[in-house]
Design a protein around this ligand. Structure first.
Ligand SMILES: [Fe+2]
Ligand SMILES: [Fe+2]
Length: 211
């Protein structure tokens, strides 16, 4: 479970940072981030918030489109519940740190829902293929961020954020494992569809970090 709330800078842009434990212990001063590090972390939070919003929409779309009797529904509901929790974490981090959401948030939500519903309409294996590919891309993306954050070892907020992202990363990779265990690779048109979804996700990450 996430035990700490990261507070990074805020709107004053003075680049002073504090980390506050949810247990209520006193906030503690730490080595300031450089302006570049501050901007980089804001960008990370923006793209991650957009990604978790889209993930929420994907699983909502899958549940919407799958037949009521589908045996995949409990698993997808479980993964959706975890994505909703991820979204709350990112929304809180962004609000605490005055990070503006991606201006394309409604687009990410709509595209996520369409992707989830569209693949689920092709069948359960296609829904699992969607999950496998999306979660793999997100796992790589989170690993890239963790590598960047561990380069700032003397800043407790950066390190706490790295720990938060590790928890999210582990759950995304669990989702990928679930998908592989439920025949994702046997989906119809696996190669072209997975290529399109992977490329689309990578492009969306690039756009959401900037806009
Ligand atoms: Fe997630
Ligand atoms: Fe996920």
């Amino acid at each position: 479970m996430i035990r700490r709330v990261v507070w990074i800078g805020g709107c004053t842009r003075r680049y002073t940072t504090t980390t506050t434990a949810t247990t209520g212990s006193a906030a503690k001063k730490e080595t300031p981030l450089t302006p570049t590090q501050f901007e980089s972390i804001q960008e990370m939070l923006r793209v991650d918030q957009a990604g978790e919003l889209a993930a929420d929409a994907i699983y909502r779309g899958q549940l919407f489109a799958l037949k009521e009797t589908s045996p995949m529904k409990p698993l997808i509901q479980h993964m959706w519940d975890q994505e909703k929790h991820h979204r709350v974490i990112l929304d809180t981090l962004c609000a605490n740190n005055r990070v503006r959401p991606s201006v394309l948030s409604p687009v990410w939500y709509g595209m996520g829902f369409a992707l989830g519903a569209g693949t689920a309409l092709l069948g359960e294996k296609a829904a699992m293929m969607c999950t496998e590919v999306v979660e793999e891309v997100i796992g790589v993306h989170y690993n890239d961020q963790i590598r960047e954050l561990v380069k700032i070892p003397d800043n407790e907020s950066a390190q706490t954020l790295a720990q938060v992202i590790k928890v999210l990363r582990d759950e995304e990779l669990e989702h990928r494992t679930h998908a592989l265990q439920h025949d994702a690779k046997q989906a119809p048109l696996y190669d072209p569809l997975s290529f399109i979804i992977r490329t689309g996700c990578q492009g969306a990450i690039w756009v959401a970090s900037r806009f």
